[in-house]
Design a protein around this ligand. Structure first.
Ligand code: FAD
Length: 465
């Protein structure tokens, strides 16, 4: 097996004294979860080999939070867990043992101070994700974890129903316990390309349907979106419906946010989700924070039928207030042409599409715009609609929804319920949350739990061979 060896204690397969290495823990994947699992297992006394297929650890961590790494969130535990939807319940065990306070204390020990920003998002005070990776690397080194990069694990070796090591192109590396920390299937250039799902499935684990989450969306009205490409809108309300755009009833738009992680009763009917915030038009459709947050429920609803979104560009005004305001402005600036009046209502790049959609002549003076035309404009400003064609591919999503079924994993130890000696952590599990630092905390906490349990398993099974 080739691969860069970064520890003096490192040896190649074949050179390995079988008995010694057979007692070790191998962690597959040096991302957030894998590094934490490896460090923790070593801290608990195990001999640990951490294998990473790219040329260095923490590639995705380095790009997380636009290079600033949104580590976790200040939200209280129940609210935190609600950000993962129903599967969040699985995290109670891991979070009760090792949660945000422990993560921040751990980072503090390695010199990473943190700060809390808007929405409770917690970042390194330096705004540099590289500091987090450096801290994790020091943790590994302090506890003698052997890190081998540039080695792709191709499978998990099992004999008599229990783990005996991992497979690489160079052969089998023995281990008493293996932690699968291969991440999801998004941004494959960072190394996470879905390998772990295949390995888990080949051992009989159920892998629930993989879907892109936190992903921009492609609209059917692509030319319209393209015309507004680059326009970023703040304080707009986007609402998604299980309906084609022309069937949306604007009265169904809720006044408050509705969706994952938000308190309130689940509603029946066509409403999927609604968020107030920032969105963006792109050359293929829509992106930006609220689109990403709503994307998974839209992706899931699309599997069952047509989905559309309505954007309320003036959410601070009721439809009636907007009509009154338009009438007042059009009277006050009665000599101005419609194009110029629109420029006072919308970003420049949205003027042409609105001229086209309202069918009001661009030069028509304000005082000649009749009630019907004003009504058409008001309706569009309150409900600019797009039919959703689908998400961008999984590779461009921020996280993967779906993964190793949680029913087959012990939530206290992250141990496989099917294969003794196999443990999971991080995004390879069927866990995903909204943006805000939740996904990384889940990777760190499940990594800690898996590392501890894998070390205990390796020790116990070495005592009774
Ligand atoms: C652009 C972007 C920004 C993000 N920003 C944030 C953020 O600010 N806050 C947040 O909470 N979440 C964020 N996320 C999500 C978060 O980064 C992931 O959920 C998290 O990194 C998952 O951790 P993990 O350890 O499970 O997997 P990863 O961090 O993906 O690590 C998996 C590792 O396994 C390795 N690997 C895979 N297959 C093999 C194999 N066969 N053999 C050996 N090694 C293998 C990979 O190379 C990789 O290093 C972001 C994601 C993206 C894409």
């Amino acid at each position: 097996m080739k691969g860069k060896r970064t520890s003096a204690s490192d040896v190649l397969p074949g050179e390995v004294p079988e008995s010694g290495d057979a007692g070790r823990v191998i962690v597959v994947g040096a991302g957030a979860g894998g590094m934490m699992a490896a460090g923790r297992a070593a801290e608990r006394g195990a001999t640990v080999l951490l294998i990473e297929k790219t040329d260095g650890p923490g590639k995705k961590l380095l790009i997380s939070g636009k290079g600033r790494c949104n580590l976790t969130n200040a939200r209280e535990l129940e609210g935190f867990i609600s950000m993962f939807g129903p599967n969040g319940r699985f995290l109670h065990g891991a979070f009760h043992r090792w949660f945000r306070e422990e993560l921040l204390a751990f980072l503090g020990r390695y010199g990473v101070e943190t700060k809390v920003e808007r929405g409770g998002r917690i970042f390194p005070a330096s705004d540099d994700a590289a500091d987090v990776v450096k801290a994790l690397r020091r943790y590994l080194a302090d506890h003698g974890v052997e890190l081998r990069t540039g080695v792709r694990v191709t499978g998990i070796a099992v004999r008599d129903g229990r783990v005996e090591g991992i497979r690489t192109d160079g052969g089998v590396l023995p281990a008493r316990a293996v932690v699968l920390a291969t991440g999801g299937a998004t941004w494959p250039a960072t190394g996470s390309a879905g390998d772990g799902y295949r390995m888990a499935a080949s051992l009989g684990h159920t892998v629930t349907k993989l879907r892109p989450a936190l992903v921009p969306l492609v609209v059917a009205e692509i030319e319209r979106a393209k015309a507004m490409q680059g326009v970023s809108l703040r304080n707009v309300r986007m609402t998604a419906f299980r309906l084609p755009a022309e069937q949306i009833d604007p009265s169904l738009t809720p006044a408050k946010d509705y969706g994952r992680g938000i308190d309130g009763k689940k509603r029946r009917g066509p409403l999927i989700e609604s968020r107030l915030g920032e969105m963006l038009f792109t050359h293929f459709g829509i992106g930006g924070p609220i689109t990403l947050l709503m994307s998974l429920s839209i992706v899931d609803a699309l599997a069952e039928g047509p989905v559309s979104v309505a954007i309320d560009l003036k959410p601070a005004l009721t439809a009636e207030e907007l009509r009154t305001r338009l009438q007042r402005d059009f009277d006050r600036f009665g000599k101005r042409g419609f194009r110029s009046l629109l420029a006072g209502l919308l970003p420049h790049k949205m003027t042409e599409p609105f001229l086209e959609m309202t069918c009001i002549p661009p030069e028509r003076p304000g005082h000649q715009i009749d009630a019907g035309e004003r009504e058409r404009l008001a309706a569009l400003l309150k409900s600019l609609r797009f039919n959703i064609k689908g998400p961008l591919p999984l590779s461009s999503a921020i996280v993967t929804a779906g993964g190793v079924s949680l029913k087959e994993v012990d939530p206290r130890t992250m141990a496989s319920r099917l294969v003794p000696g196999l443990f999971f952590c991080g995004e390879v599990l069927d866990l995903d949350a909204d943006t805000g630092g939740y996904n990384l905390q889940a990777a760190f906490s499940t990594g800690t739990a898996a590392g501890e349990a894998a070390a205990a398993f390796a020790r116990d099974s070495a005592e009774k061979p």
